[in-house]
Ligand binder design. Structure first.
Ligand SMILES: NC(=O)c1ccc[n+]([C@@H]2O[C@H](COP(=O)([O-])OP(=O)(O)OC[C@H]3O[C@@H](n4cnc5c(N)ncnc54)[C@H](OP(=O)(O)O)[C@@H]3O)[C@@H](O)[C@H]2O)c1
Length: 382
């Protein structure tokens, strides 16, 4: 029986994690839940799961939840310190990090320092602070298990093999809704068109990142730190059917791939039950009924984002945090119709050009994140 804390329990990954755990009551006990402002949802979850420890990042929302839960045994901690406290609570064995944003870094580090196993969904933790996070995990002897489907696939193919055995990590990309759109039509792409993802249903930012392929840029950075493989040995491959979630080419030329229907509950379960394989009710992949599996290279002229991400990784220090924050703001500006679709990457580049990276301490990362958001807003004319 493992005791689990879920940071971001009210979100898409958080609720799917609870779905997975609901089917394995003999294996997992939920001991802590955290969110930002979704007080009602968090109250419902705390009551359903009989959880005594809850954290709410937004202080007024924390006060509201305390009021609602008064007279119960539930303790409500507030702010980032509250999230860190929850992530390091003595009872917890595993901390699922599924909060959106760089806010997840401090609680993840707190959990690592307390020796908790980390099941990591939040991209920002590795994008903005990957080197430091993996250094801390190495020192503490703590496992960082990926939840993101591509990294889960790589993790499963690697199966504990050393980085030296890897010739290439190959991350697959659906290619998004504009895979076949001619370059001259990119400037006139509307938010409505960009929000239609061919395979996954996700929030606005993630869906736009899938369209620009910035999500692949972020995944390259995450893979670099998670698996300790240099960026020069990480490739992208467009695979529109999203059945192969990623591949590893080993030093002997052999290639292993992980396949499955697109459903985040599978990688969540893989992380939670690692190293075991446990039966699921999830629909099975039937290859005989699957149409062709096709592959093509990424067209970096139309999709420059992964190369921009590699440049940020190469510049090092706070640059990936700046790139990520500038991208989030630029996507918001696009969704607000203040900039064109092609303006997203122009804005990110403009902000990166203004930044001189420094060492990615937690403080510097958060400061750079804030600066990049303001710079992106002014570069984007807001
Ligand atoms: N969804 C996917 O399929 C998927 C796949 C791979 C990786 N990821 C990554 O996983 C992370 C979560 O994604 P998601 O799709 O689950 O996001 P989401 O649906 O937007 O949920 C985000 C969760 O984080 C909480 N949160 C937001 N800001 C916070 C803050 N300042 N402090 C504390 N908690 C905060 C939210 O609480 P409230 O409800 O109170 O706002 C919510 O519980 C992201 O980094 C994403 O890139 C997602």
């Amino acid at each position: 029986m493992a005791n689990v804390v879920i940071l971001g329990s009210t979100g898409s990954i958080g609720t799917q994690t609870l779905d997975v755990i609901r089917r394995m009551p003999d294996r997992f006990r939920v001991v802590g839940l955290a969110a930002n402002r979704s007080v009602e949802a968090l109250e419902g979850q705390a009551r359903e799961w009989g959880v005594a420890h809850v954290a709410v990042a937004d202080e007024p929302a924390a006060a509201e939840l305390r009021r609602r839960m008064s007279g119960t045994a539930v303790e409500v901690a507030g702010g980032v310190p509250g999230l860190c406290e929850l992530a390091s609570m003595a009872e917890a064995d595993v901390v699922v990090v599924a909060v959106a944003g760089a806010i997840g870094i401090a609680p993840t580090h707190a959990a690592i320092r307390s020796g908790k196993t980390i099941a990591l969904a939040s991209k920002e933790v590795l994008v903005a602070a990957g080197e430091e996070t993996m250094r801390l995990a190495g020192e503490a002897g703590v496992a960082v298990l990926p939840i993101d489907s591509e990294h889960s696939a790589l993790f499963q193919c690697l199966n504990g093999r050393a980085p030296e055995t890897v010739e290439k990590l190959i991350i697959t990309a659906s290619g998004g809704p504009f895979r076949t759109l001619p370059a001259e039509r990119f400037a006139s792409i509307t938010p409505e068109q960009a929000l239609k993802h061919p395979t996954w249903t996700m929030g606005g930012l993630v869906t736009i990142n899938s369209a620009t392929l910035m999500n692949k840029g972020l995944e390259l950075i995450e893979a670099r730190w998670l698996f300790d493989v240099p960026a020069s040995r990480i490739d992208l491959l467009v695979h529109p059917q999203s059945i192969i979630h990623s591949l590893v080419q080993f030093a002997d030329g052999s290639v292993l791939a992980q396949l499955g229907l697109p459903d985040m509950r599978l990688p969540i379960q893989v992380a939670l039950t690692h190293p075991e394989r446990v039966e699921t009710h999830l629909p099975r992949l039937d290859l005989a009924q699957t149409a062709d599996l096709t592959f093509e290279p990424v067209d970096y002229a139309r999709f420059p984002a992964p190369r921009v991400a590699l440049a940020a990784l190469g510049a090092g220090g706070t640059m990936p945090a700046v790139m990520n924050a500038a991208n989030e703001e630029a996507v918001a500006l696009f969704l607000e119709r203040r900039i064109q679709y092609t303006g997203i990457m122009d804005t990110v580049q403009a902000v990166m050009n203004l930044h001189s990276p420094c060492a990615a301490t937690l403080e510097a990362v958060l400061e750079s994140d804030g600066w990049a958001r303001r710079a992106a807003r002014s570069a984007g004319g807001a």
